[in-house]
Design a protein around this ligand. Structure first.
Ligand SMILES: [Zn+2]
Length: 148
């Protein structure tokens, strides 16, 4: 139980995968109850590290047996969106720049950028991430990089 409390406090009682609140008092046997999710994160200097996050029991990746999936908001206009979790893990391990989506116009790209930075502030609070929006091929390319 203390593990759940620690993960819950760290993640402000928000599920790290679906981004919805987790009720600390819900039964741990219910799909909406709190649980600790563990995954192996690749860190540039420290190698592979187990990270513990708060998840609904129904969202939990069961100790790394299933790759975490972080969904894009269905309200955004994004074309070819990249898997968010994998893009963030590559940035964490190697730095550089990840193209994460293309948008039909600049306003859509701006909205996607705002949503993504807000979502990443909870998904990867230890990383300082910034977005770049560049026109290309009649669309707007949204890229993610570490703040310099
Ligand atoms: Zn969840």
């Amino acid at each position: 139980m203390s593990d759940i409390t620690a993960a819950g406090t760290q993640d402000n009682w928000t599920c790290w995968l679906c981004d919805q609140p987790v009720d600390p008092d819900a039964s741990v046997n219910s799909d909406l109850g709190p649980s600790v999710d563990t995954y192996a994160s690749t860190k540039a200097k420290k190698g592979v590290m187990a990270v513990e996050r708060l998840a609904h029991r129904g969202c939990n990746t069961m100790k790394g047996k299933i790759s975490p999936v972080v969904r894009w908001s269905p309200d955004l206009f994004v074309i070819d969106p990249s898997p968010i979790f994998e893009a963030v893990e590559r940035l964490r391990a190697k730095g550089g720049r990840e193209i994460v989506a293309r948008c039909p116009d600049e306003r859509d790209a701006q909205q996607a950028s705002e949503w993504l930075l807000d979502r990443l502030s909870r998904l990867a609070p230890d990383l300082k991430l910034v977005t770049q929006i560049n026109p290309g091929g009649g669309q707007y390319v949204l890229a993610l990089t570490l703040e310099q």
